[in-house]
Design a protein. Structure first.
Length: 71
C-alpha cells in the first residue's frame, strides 16, 4: 500500500488572519443575535426557543473570544 496524498492546506485559526476573523465573527454574531432573536419581545410560547438560540450564540461568542485571544 502506498502513502496517502497530502491533505490540502487549510487556513489555520491561529494564523495571521485568525484574530481579525474571530473579531468579525463576534461582531456579526452579536448583531445578528440582537436583531433576529429578540426573545424579550416574543410571546411566551415562542420565547423559549429564541432564548435557547440566543444562549447558544452567547456560548459561541465565548469560543470566538478564546480563539481571538489565542490567535
Amino acid at each position: 500500500m502506498g502513502r496517502h496524498p497530502p491533505l490540502p492546506a487549510f487556513p489555520r485559526p491561529d494564523g495571521p488572519a485568525g484574530q481579525p476573523a474571530a473579531l468579525g465573527l463576534i461582531v456579526f454574531t452579536v448583531l445578528a443575535s440582537v436583531a433576529l432573536l429578540d426573545f424579550w419581545n416574543q410571546p411566551a410560547g415562542s420565547r423559549t426557543a429564541a432564548q435557547n438560540a440566543f444562549t447558544g450564540n452567547i456560548a459561541l461568542i465565548g469560543g470566538l473570544i478564546l480563539a481571538c485571544a489565542i490567535g
